[in-house]
Ligand binder design. Structure first.
Ligand code: OAD
Length: 230
């Protein structure tokens, strides 16, 4: 079975109603990154940060996978599929994908600020955390999200997956954020790279096959292109 590795970003979930970051009207127009997505911001105003992620988490719980997520999950019948996502929602899993690496953490999880191994899962019935909510060791809980300036623990595993790709697919990411954006360079030479995005994204690699469509339509086109390729 061919190994298809798929790197996804916020645009993957746009058709599920989840806001992207850098598009016009995106999250980073309404919030300062320094305030809500850095350890310094959390130290300065923890409740502001918790509220930001509480709102994101509620939106993610309410959203449903779109045809793009479902199409990628269906591809497991024909290929070995590894999804490497920058997204913090769980729409890939809810669509049925079984091998998903979250580079930037997961909204539904929260963890201790002193012991990162103490992780708890929130539910749609209890989707919020607040200042004063503590782990088993008595320390404040924080979102299990990788903030700017923090290490990306899953990157080594992601690199190993990309190194064994027979096909690389990039969907709905502006490729602004490293180390995620650098993953394209780990695909072996000669591996076909497909990039699905309705807008112009500049990939740091030549020979990319661009599919200028939204995620749902784009995944459909990708599947018919792959069927025609031996
Ligand atoms: P961006 O908001 O930077 O990019 C979203 C991409 O999705 C853009 O290239 C859009 O053109 C594209 N897009 C919009 N609608 C689409 C659709 N319907 N179908 C497919 N693509 C569409 O989001 P990311 O690249 O994911 O990290 O951002 C990377 C990281 O920056 C995020 O994981 C987040 C953010 O800050 C952290 O917060 C740590």
């Amino acid at each position: 079975m061919k190994h298809v590795v798929v790197l996804t970003g916020a645009g993957m979930s746009a058709e599920s109603g989840i806001a992207t970051f850098r598009d016009s009207g995106g999250l980073w127009e309404q919030h300062r990154v320094e305030d809500v997505a850095t350890p310094e911001g959390f130290r300065r105003n923890p409740q502001l940060v918790l509220d930001f992620y509480n709102a994101r988490r509620k939106a993610a719980f309410a959203a449903k996978p779109n045809a793009g997520h479902v199409g990628l999950a269906d591809m497991e019948r024909e290929y070995k599929v590894t999804i490497i996502t920058q997204n913090v929602d769980d729409l890939h899993e809810r669509a049925g994908s079984t091998h998903v690496l979250h580079l930037h953490g997961e909204l539904k999880k929260v963890r201790s600020t002193v012991d990162p191994s103490l992780v708890y899962e929130l539910t749609p019935e209890k989707p919020d955390i607040h200042v004063g909510d503590k782990c088993a060791k008595g320390s404040q809980l924080r979102p299990d999200i990788v903030w700017f300036g923090e290490a990306v623990p899953m990157i080594e595993e992601a690199i190993r997956e990309v190194e064994t790709a027979d096909v690389l697919v990039v969907i709905g990411t502006s490729l602004n954020v490293y180390p995620a954006a650098g993953l394209l360079n780990y695909a072996p030479a000669g591996v076909p790279v497909y990039l699905i995005d309705p807008n112009n994204v500049v990939a740091s690699r030549s020979g990319v096959h661009y599919i200028h469509k939204g995620a749902s339509e784009g995944v459909g086109e990708l599947r018919s292109l792959l069927r025609k390729t031996p």
